[in-house]
Ligand binder design. Structure first.
Ligand code: ZN
Length: 201
């Protein structure tokens, strides 16, 4: 069975000192580097949150406060601080992440009007990113998933992966939750378990 490692959004803005820092984010980077060193993955894919500066997921672009909720294209949208703006330092991958064996990069959130938590598609399920096509083209059947943040982009990437028919495993030590809402990371784990995602300790 061919397998791929999917590394979700390990970018400066989600790490220590970043605009949308996930607590403990930097701790997962050595773990991910070891996974790449100790395993033979057929493909290693990075996802990269890659927003235009006027992106609608930013509170600043809607006259809202960070943490507010709006309805965007008919679905709830949490208001984030400006983050991962195309071409900025915050959008770059963390320099400690070893990228020697990376075979592909998927950028998401590039359309001003749509947020994209999943690495596979935007939150409205309007546009696909090309990740599924890439993996199917390379005959990948098993996905191991790590990255940031557990309760948003990692969760939705895992749920879509399982839905699309991949054997889907989340490395618990390779992810951290942002927990902007109480128990959000814990609930994300329950939701993934209910949807055939395997959690590897
Ligand atoms: Zn984003």
């Amino acid at each position: 069975m061919k397998k791929a490692l999917i590394i979700v959004d390990v970018q400066n803005d989600f790490c220590e000192g970043g605009a949308l820092a996930v607590p403990g984010a930097n701790e997962i980077i050595p773990y991910i580097n070891l996974l790449m060193q100790d395993n033979e993955y057929d493909q290693i894919v990075l996802t990269q949150d890659w927003h235009p500066a006027n992106h609608k997921s930013f509170a600043s672009n809607n006259g809202k406060k960070v943490g507010d909720n709006i309805i965007l294209n008919g679905i709830p949208q949490f208001m984030w601080p400006d983050h991962c703006v195309q071409g900025t330092f915050g959008a770059e991958f963390h320099p400690d992440l070893n990228r020697d064996k990376v075979t592909h990069i998927i950028q998401k959130g590039t359309n001003t009007d749509f947020d994209s938590y999943s690495g596979f598609q935007d939150n409205n399920h309007f546009m696909k990113t090309g990740l599924d096509d890439f993996l199917k083209y390379h005959d990948i059947q098993l996905l191991e998933i790590v990255g940031l943040a557990l309760d948003y982009c990692v969760k939705f990437t895992c749920l879509d992966a399982a839905q699309l028919g991949y054997v889907t495993c989340l490395h618990f030590n390779g992810t951290r939750g942002v927990n902007v809402k109480p128990d959000s990371a814990k609930n994300a784990i329950y939701e993934m378990l209910q949807n055939t995602v395997t959690i590897l300790g």
